[in-house]
Ligand binder design. Sequence first.
Ligand code: SF4
Length: 321
Amino acid sequence: MLLEVENLKKHFPARGGGTVRAVDGVSFAVDAGQTYALVGESGCGKTTIARQLLLLERPSAGTIRFDGQDVLALDRKGVLGYRRQVQAVFQDPSSSLNPRLKVGMLLAEPLLAHGQGGDRAALRRRLLELLEIVGLPPGALDLYPHEFSGGQRQRIAVARALALQPRLIVLDEPTSALDVSIRAQIVNLLSDIQRSFGLAYVVIAHDLALVEHFSSAVGVMYLGNMAESGPSAAVFSTPRHPYTQALLGSAPRPDPDHQPAEGLILGDIGSALNPPAGCKFHPRCPRAVPACATEIPRMLRLDPAAGSAAPAHVAACHLLH
Ligand code: SF4
């Protein structure tokens, strides 16, 4: 397994007292060349997990293993090596790319920072190669980010993430700032790159249509916990957790005959500060039973007969026990 996340937590004291449980014991794993998607409403903790994977935030507890190594125990040199292998593409390329730098410098920066630029000719060759991979012309090197469209800017961000030949890229809502017409192009580009280089992705997204076709496995998060997780084909075709069912029922679908199910999710996502007891989803769950308000549901494996190579289909709901 390339990346293994176990029982990850991020708790911090709230200003007015109490504890915010932004991430409250999340586990998942990603194999080389695979895509794992984390989905859920904003406030569910998925962005905090992305920041923890990128070492921008330190977890309160839990482990992150990359290629068998405990990432949270790495020394300075180890962290540098990890950062080389784990890159990121963020939602809005306008804010993630320094507007004062030409594309050539934007792409060269990570190589120079890690001492991998080589001589001038080798660096230029690598920059042109990166542009070609993402489908931009050589002339792009001498232009500033604002001289490109949103989709082209995201291509530049992808090229920059590829510069150090990473093994994993964290994609944080990679298409949600783009026009709908451009989204498919970026998804196709990311898929092609994944196939060519055997890259793994962790994609953070609320766009379920994107996730369904792009990811091999998916984790559905609710208020800091995993509600359901498993192979995307299984979770999307037979969602078992009432929250996943509600999310899928309310997602806009390409099928014009599909009417979004109404009233499935009641009210807003709660707060990670003093979350509800028992199943955190119970105040909004249309199928809640009395035990849901007091007892935390255990994660249950739903596909005991499945082969060990596929990620397990699991869900945490009293109705499944
Ligand atoms: Fe709904 Fe209860 Fe299942 Fe939670 S445990 S999803 S409240 S039925």
